[in-house]
Every structure is written in C-alpha cells, then in structure tokens.
Ligand binder design. Structure first.
Ligand code: KG4
Ligand code: ZN
Length: 345
C-alpha cells in the first residue's frame, strides 16, 4: 500500500511517500524558518500563505523522490490537528482534493500520533508498552503507548511548551529564532554549576510540566545583573559577553532537560515500561539526548530516538500513523473532514 502523506500543522510544509507503513520512499520538508525568524516566532497568517505556495511543489518532489507516479498512490493521509487552524486547512483541503480526484481513501491523522510512532520509522519494531515524550515548540506531553492505536496521556505542560521556553530565553539573550538549536550550541561553552535556575514542580500533577517559572527566573537573573533598561523596558542583550550568555544558556538548558528526563523516567517506572522514546523538535537537543540515554541505561531501559529529520515535524510519521489507522478502522475519512486545531489524542 502506497500512502502519500501531507503535514502542514505549523510552520513546516511536508510530504512523504510511505510503503506498507514501514518503508519511507521519500520525505520532503519545506521549512519556513526564514519567514518567521524576523518576528521571533511563527506568524500564523504568514504560515498559511507559505503553505499554499509550497504544498504543490513539495508534494511533486515527494512523488519524484520516491520515483512514483501519482496514479500509483493508494491512499492520502493528512494531519487534521492539533495545530494552527489556517495551516492545517491548507493540508486538509489539498489532501481532500487529491483523494477525491484519485478516488482513493483519505486518512485523517492526529499529528501527535505521528510523533508517537516516529521511532518505528527507523527501528522497525519498538516493544510495547513504551513511554514517549513529545517535546516541541507546541507540546510537552508524556504518553503511555500500550499498542499502536492505544495511547494514554500521562502528563502535559500547564503553561509554555519546552521549545517555546527555549525560544523565549534565546530571544532574551539576543540569539534569534528558533532558539533551541543556538542554546544547545552555546550551552556547550557554558560553565557547569555557575548559575542555578529552579526546576518547576506542578502541585498535584506529578507528571506535568511548567516552564514559565524558569523563564521568569532567567529574566530576573538578567535584571539583577544589570542587563535591563527599566525606562525603555528592554533587555540589553548586546551588552552581555559571549561567556555570560553561554553560562545562562547552560543553566537554563540543564533545568529544562533535568525535569524532562526525570518525569519521563518516573512515568516509565510507574507503568513498568522498559522502553522509552522521544520525539518533537526539542528531541534534537544534544543534552536531552545524552541525559535521557544515560538515565535509561542506568535504569536498564531501552531508548529509541529518531533521527533529527523524523524528530521535527515531517510527513513520514503521518504516513506511518495513517497506515496503521486505516488498517485498524478499515475506512477512510469523508470529504467533510475539517481541521481541528485542538484535536486530542
Ligand atoms: O517539532 P518542531 O519542529 O515544531 C513544532 O513546534 O511543532 O519543534 C520546534 C521547536 C522550537 O521551539 C525549537 O527551538 C526547538 O524545537 N528545537 C530545539 C532544538 N532544535 C529545535 N530545542 C532545543 N534544542 C535543540 N537542538
Ligand atoms: Zn510536531
């Protein structure tokens, strides 16, 4: 079964061709980072417009990379939510038109299910049950994956997503957008233990996250060190030394990574899982990958981390999740399918 998968939930326009829910024949992503970077975050209206411009060429490239003619496609899978409504609508409308014109099933995929199954892409088989941490600019969720199609949300963020916190702290340090990759890079030069930022505790919700506290702690620290102009209400990032920024980045990253690893492992222990996976843009973070690896090893757990191209938003994961959903349900979605910005899993 050849599935053409489409993903446009945030700021990446992606298309992939996936064979039998297993073999990724192509995986094309058009990033919009250049468009949004000057605004310091994703601008929804610009994202939708960019999706409209990219979706056709990206799909054509996915077909040609896979050496596949559109007439060989057996189904079209698409992310219907969660995400930005304008962005989702572009993918959903495009996929509906394609499925109708080709007279093939349309498969509606929850973006988060794609992330949960992304480890399967390279590793083929991941032993159930497993715990997945989905950590990106929009989500910080811990799921129990009992089997394909059986998911339980165990923890979530009560305020900012971890990636959002990386982006906001990077902005305070004048490092540009997206902030995660730059913080990851400069934190390597930071002095360990020089600064300590708090780790958030969410009362009554042991597996939930909160990152607004550490973000405020960074701001307070910068103010205390004299890098804030009260009159103009701006942070004076250009006055900070390279080493100072690196020390702050390291301490911030450590605080976020510690809590991500701690709660993921605590979920794994509680549910007796011997396997852990991570996905989402922040799963590219080198400190998170290393610490998760070390701690899993210490606890005798197996860790699967997808390659960076399958951690970030991509359509291959949508093709895999779509294949299994179609196999489970036996029927596709109707043409009345709509975007669901707050879709839950
Ligand atoms: O999954 P993704 O590409 O898009 C969504 O948010 O859905 O994730 C983007 C987020 C951004 O917040 C970015 O700063 C963060 O992932 N990110 C990282 C790293 N690479 C990307 N955060 C920390 N370290 C990284 N190396
Ligand atoms: Zn995502």
């Amino acid at each position: 079964m050849l599935i053409l998968a489409i993903e446009s939930s945030c700021d990446e326009t992606a298309a992939a061709v996936v064979k039998d829910g297993r073999k990724v024949l192509s995986n094309v992503v058009a990033s919009q980072i250049e468009i949004h970077s000057k605004y310091g975050g994703v601008v929804p209206e610009l994202a939708s417009r960019a999706h409209i411009e990219s979706i056709y060429p990206v799909t054509e490239k996915a077909l040609s990379d896979a050496d596949t003619d559109i007439s060989s496609i057996n189904a079209v899978a698409v992310t219907y939510g969660p995400g930005l409504v304008g962005s989702l609508l572009v993918g959903v409308s495009f996929a509906k038109a394609l499925a109708y014109a080709l007279n093939v099933p349309l498969i509606a995929v929850n973006h988060l299910e794609g992330h949960l199954l992304s480890s399967i892409i390279e590793h083929g088989k991941v032993e159930f049950p497993y715990i997945t941490l989905v950590v990106s600019g929009g989500h910080t969720n811990i799921y129990l994956v009992k089997a394909i199609g059986e998911y339980k949300l165990l923890g979530y963020t009560v305020d900012d997503a971890a990636g959002e916190a990386f982006d906001k702290v990077a902005k305070m340090l004048g490092l540009g957008y997206p902030g995660g990759p730059v913080i990851d890079k400069i934190a390597k030069e930071g002095e360990m233990g020089k600064i300590k930022f708090p780790k958030a505790v969410v009362r009554g919700k042991k597996l939930c996250f909160s990152f607004s506290g550490v973000k405020t702690a960074v701001l307070t620290y910068l103010k205390d060190k004299g890098f804030y102009d009260k009159r103009r209400q701006i942070i004076l990032s250009e006055e900070m030394s390279k080493q100072f920024k690196a020390d702050v980045a390291r301490a911030f990253q450590e605080s976020v990574v510690d809590v991500l690893v701690e709660k993921t492992l605590s979920a794994a222990k509680h549910y007796n899982c011997k396997v852990v996976t991570i996905a989402g843009g922040v799963a590219c973070n080198s400190a998170l990958r290393q610490k998760m690896y070390d701690e899993c090893k210490r606890e005798g757990m197996k860790l699967y981390i997808p390659n960076a191209s399958y951690c970030i938003d991509n359509a291959a994961m949508v093709g895999i999740a779509g294949y299994y959903k179609f196999k489970r349900e036996g029927v596709g979605a109707t043409l009345s399918l709509n975007a669901e910005p707050r879709a839950r899993l």
